[in-house]
Ligand binder design. Structure first.
Ligand SMILES: C[S@@+](CC[C@H](N)C(=O)[O-])C[C@H]1O[C@@H](n2cnc3c(N)ncnc32)[C@H](O)[C@@H]1O
Length: 267
C-alpha cells in the first residue's frame, strides 16, 4: 500500500474530527482531509484541489507552535461535554480542543521531526493518532542528513528509537507502506515532559555526521506491520467512540493499549 492510500484509510477508520499536517508541499496529502484542518509549510505550492476547511500556514512548524493558541482554528471542535452524572446540568463543562489525527512530514532531520512530535503531542490526547512519514529509509544514502539523493527520508527514522527509549508509555507501530514507511504513535500524553527534559541529551547522542548507521532492522522493515492489518484492526470503532464521548485517559488508554498490542504484536 502506498503512503497516501494508507493515510486515506486512516482518515476513514479513525473517524477524525480534525486534522493537522506538517509539510504540505503540493497538497496531495492535505487533499485527503474532509474535516477542519491546519496545514503548515514555509514553502507550500498547493496544486491539488483541497476539500476541507483549512487554515494553511506559511511558516516553519517551530514558529507555528510558538504562536499563542496555535490550533485556535479548530476551536469549533471545542466540544461541550455532556455531564452524565445525575443532578448535574447536561452541559457540564468544556473540554479543550485536541488533535484527532496528525501527519508529520516536514523537515526530514530527526531533531525537527522530534520537535514536531513534541509540539503535536502537547495538543493531543490518549485517543489521538499521530503519523510520522519516511520512517523506514531503504538505504543509507536516502537516510543522510545532508541530502544528496532524489527521494530523501533523512534521519527521521531515529525518532522511533528515541520514543522507544524515552517514552515506553506510548505505543509505536511501524507500517510497511511504500515507498519509505510510516510510524503511527498512540497514547499521546500532553502533560509528559520527558522529551523536553532530555532534549539536549538526545541531541548529543543522535546528532551524528553522515554516513548514518541505519539499523538493519529498519532497512529490512523487521518490525513493520502490513498497513491493511492496522487499518482493519478491531480497535478503531471503540477508539473513536470513547474519544467522542470524552472518556478519560485513566479509563480509555489501557484497553486501547491492550487492543493495539493484540492487533499489531507490538509492545
Ligand atoms: C515531503 S514534503 C510534504 C509532502 C506532503 N505531506 C504529501 O505527502 O503530499 C515536505 C515539505 O515539508 C516542508 N518543510 C520543510 N521544512 C519545514 C519546517 N521546518 N516546517 C514545516 N514544513 C517544512 C517543505 O517545504 C516541503 O514542502
Amino acid at each position: 500500500m502506498k503512503r497516501h492510500e494508507f493515510l486515506r484509510e486512516l482518515h476513514k477508520v479513525s473517524a477524525n474530527r480534525n486534522y493537522l499536517e506538517i509539510g504540505v508541499n503540493d497538497g496531495r496529502s492535505l487533499a485527503l482531509s474532509r474535516v477542519p484542518s491546519i496545514a503548515i509549510d514555509p514553502a507550500f505550492k498547493v496544486v491539488t484541489e483541497i476539500r476541507c476547511d483549512v487554515h494553511l500556514v506559511k511558516a516553519t512548524s517551530d514558529d507555528f507552535f510558538a504562536r499563542p493558541n496555535p490550533i485556535g482554528h479548530l476551536k469549533g471542535g471545542r466540544h461541550p461535554m455532556r455531564n452524565l452524572r445525575r443532578g448535574r446540568s447536561p452541559i457540564g463543562y468544556w473540554r479543550r480542543t485536541t488533535l484527532d489525527l496528525s501527519f508529520i512530514d516536514g523537515m526530514h532531520l530527526f531533531e525537527y521531526a522530534l520537535r514536531d512530535f513534541m509540539n503535536v503531542e502537547k495538543h493531543s490526547d490518549w485517543s489521538s493518532v499521530i503519523v510520522l512519514d519516511d520512517m523506514l529509509p531503504r538505504n543509507i544514502d536516502e537516510a543522510a542528513r545532508d541530502r544528496h539523493t532524489g527521494a530523501w527520508t533523512g534521519d527521521v527514522y531515529k525518532v522511533a528509537e528515541i520514543l522507544g527509549r524515552y517514552r515506553p508509555d506510548l505505543v509505536t507501530v511501524f507500517v510497511d507502506t511504500q515507498p519509505t514507511g510510516q510510524l503511527v504513535v498512540f497514547g499521546a500524553d500532553p502533560d509528559n515532559r520527558v522529551l523536553d527534559d532530555k532534549y539536549d541529551e538526545i541531541m548529543a547522542e543522535f546528532d551524528v555526521p553522515d554516513p548514518q548507521k541505519v539499523p538493519e532492522a529498519i532497512l529490512e522493515r523487521v518490525q513493520a506491520v502490513p498497513p491493511k492489518a492496522l487499518v482493519e484492526a478491531p480497535f478503531w470503532g471503540p477508539l473513536a467512540k470513547a474519544r467522542n464521548l470524552g472518556v478519560s485517559r485513566s479509563r480509555g488508554w489501557e484497553p486501547l493499549r491492550t487492543a493495539l498490542e493484540k492487533a499489531t504484536g507490538t509492545r
